[in-house]
Design a protein. Structure first.
Length: 122
């Protein structure tokens, strides 16, 4: 299996502001759990994309994971904005980057309806 985790470079950190495990530590834990369970996770690659106007805030974060950091891309999308649109059962610009097959599965299964992600919307 080849797994890819892609996020904005502001998520390139071992711990959050409260000192709790964040992206890098959580991904390392997944790899460790898979290895302990005897599951052969062939690779996990992590891609962080710089965001215009958002400071990455850290230099190199020591990790055994394969990490690539890409420069800001001329795209504008937000998973938070997409989740909010999904909670409202709306169609808007925030969903234009979401592959249609994913949108169809989310809508068909009611993935976001009445879930915790929508609590702040109510």
């Amino acid at each position: 299996m080849e797994a890819f985790y892609i996020a904005g470079s502001d998520h390139y950190r071992r711990a959050n502001a409260q000192g709790e495990p964040d992206t890098i530590q959580k991904l390392e834990r997944v790899v460790e759990e898979q290895e302990k369970a005897g599951n052969s996770l062939h690779t996990i690659s992590v891609v962080f994309i710089d965001r215009v106007g958002v400071n990455r805030g850290q230099g190199d974060v020591g990790t055994s994971l394969k990490v690539d950091i890409l420069p800001a891309l001329p795209l504008s999308f937000s998973s938070t904005a997409a989740r909010h649109a999904l909670c409202k059962d709306a169609f808007c610009e925030a969903l234009t980057w979401l592959p249609y097959s994913c949108l169809l599965e989310i809508r068909t299964s009611g993935l976001y309806i009445g879930k915790g992600e929508c609590a702040e919307e109510m």
